[in-house]
Design a protein around this ligand. Structure first.
Ligand SMILES: [Zn+2]
Length: 439
């Protein structure tokens, strides 16, 4: 392992006792803050009969009502455009974003100067030092800048820290590949899907990304960076280390993978994470899968308390090889609780299927999972493209047979595999949508 670098060693290695004391102090302070400033939170807490002063221990936090995305949406549709949950007047905002709306009407988020220049900066400095990025690095950002938060904050913070930024918006994928070489980029970011797709674009212009100067690849927006075979595929393609980056528009940027690559750390000094049983909403023991619930401990504009992320995770509080005491999400985000589906009595994560597909060299990185309607008697269908158009039928058939066998063994369900032409499945620059539920 190369040398570990920290943004704030004292905070990142705080003994758990001290870390928890700090979380309690900050949670109480944030609860008081939202109670005083956010009409939505005041209403919620008054209705629940709970006051910030009632929080005497971390366990007491379990009595605080949850916040869900639907509430934010409702609040904004009643009082457009911002709703009544923000804690700052709109004129204090310097930057606005909206959620991607993959699960409904987008939620608008505004950030004041302190959040954009100080809190986002601090979050991304944890990421940057965690990944071992240095101010001498050159970051290429292959991303179309829009209302979506992806990479805006990462770029702004790294720029503020002194890293050279090469903007990669409004370019074709092939041009982006050319620019990675031309500008000598050493760090590239993207969704796992798009990072893999750039490999296809490179192939088409006769180049190999492994020949570039890129040494660090930062992947966000999908679980991929922590799906073992996807991580391996990205690392092999780029000849670089691939690290996970997790955040959301509403809650901001909370998780980074360190160079030990043993799970994704949560910045516990800035967030209070809980892992709860999705049915009972009570804490699950460390090491068990549960739904991630996060509270902002530092931000000012739209701090959210006990926000249900609907992501499934597994906590690991053992001290990491990097020395950080911040807990790790083993395997990163395992999937969305909304995406997990039941088929033939089995709970299936799309990421588990992705892992199997990307282990097969004969398949491209794209796929679709078609879940038939319950009771239709149809099999689960997996659509796959061959890796190359000229692949011999015999070789492809062998690969499919082996894939089906492995699938049956590992997922315990028999799938139908449909082979489609190379390039027939959609490519995604933002969040990929590969799960199709038949009505
Ligand atoms: Zn670590």
């Amino acid at each position: 392992m190369e040398e570990v670098t920290y943004w704030n060693k004292e905070m990142e290695t705080l003994p758990r006792e001290k870390l928890e004391a700090l979380q309690l102090e900050r949670f109480r302070e944030r609860m008081q803050y939202v109670y005083e400033r956010s009409p939505m939170y005041r209403r919620k807490y008054d209705e629940a009969g709970i006051k910030p002063s009632d929080i005497q221990s971390l366990d007491d936090i379990q009595n605080v009502p949850f916040t869900v995305k639907e509430e934010l949406r409702e609040s904004q549709s009643k009082k457009p455009p911002w709703g009544d949950f923000p804690c700052i007047p709109p004129e204090e905002g310097v930057r606005v974003f909206q959620t991607t709306g993959t699960t409904g009407i987008p939620v608008k988020v505004l950030l004041n100067k302190a959040d954009w220049y100080k809190h986002f900066y601090e979050q991304f400095m944890h990421f940057m030092y965690g990944y071992g990025i240095k101010t001498s690095d050159i970051l290429f950002v292959p991303f179309g800048y829009s209302l979506y938060i992806a990479w805006w904050g990462f770029q702004a913070a790294l720029e503020q820290a002194g890293v050279m930024i090469v903007p990669g918006g409004a370019q074709s994928s092939k041009d982006r590949v050319r620019n990675v070489f031309d500008w000598g980029a050493t760090v590239v970011c993207g969704t796992p899907t798009y990072l893999l797709y750039l490999g296809e674009a490179a192939k088409e212009i006769g180049r190999s990304l492994a020949d570039s100067s890129v040494r660090v690849v930062v992947a966000a927006g999908e679980p991929g960076a922590n799906v073992p075979s996807t991580k391996r595929a990205i690392e092999a393609l780029w000849g670089a280390k691939c690290y996970d980056d997790i955040g959301s528009t509403e809650i901001s940027n909370f998780g980074f993978e360190c160079i030990a690559q043993k799970g994704t750390h949560v910045i516990e000094t800035m967030f209070y994470p809980e892992c709860l049983d999705p049915d009972t909403l009570k804490p699950v023991p460390d090491g068990e899968v549960g739904e991630l619930v996060l509270s902002n401990l530092c931000t000012e504009s739209v701090p959210l308390l006990r926000y249900r992320m609907k992501d499934l995770v597994r906590f690991n509080k053992e001290i990491c090889d990097c020395g950080r005491t911040f807990l790790r999400l083993d395997g990163g985000i395992l999937g969305r609780s909304d995406d997990m589906f039941q088929f033939a009595g089995v709970n299936i994560f799309p990421s588990a299927i992705e892992n199997l597909i990307r282990e097969v060299a004969e398949f491209s990185n794209e796929y679709q999972i078609v879940v038939p309607k319950m009771g239709s008697g149809k099999h689960l269908k997996i659509r796959i493209e061959p890796d190359t158009a000229d692949m011999a039928q015999g070789r492809l058939k062998k690969a499919v047979d082996k894939f089906v066998e492995t699938f049956k063994y590992r997922i315990t369900v028999t799938p139908d595999v449909e082979i489609v032409e190379v390039g027939a499945l959609p490519r995604f620059e933002l969040k990929a949508k590969r799960l199709i539920r038949e009505e």
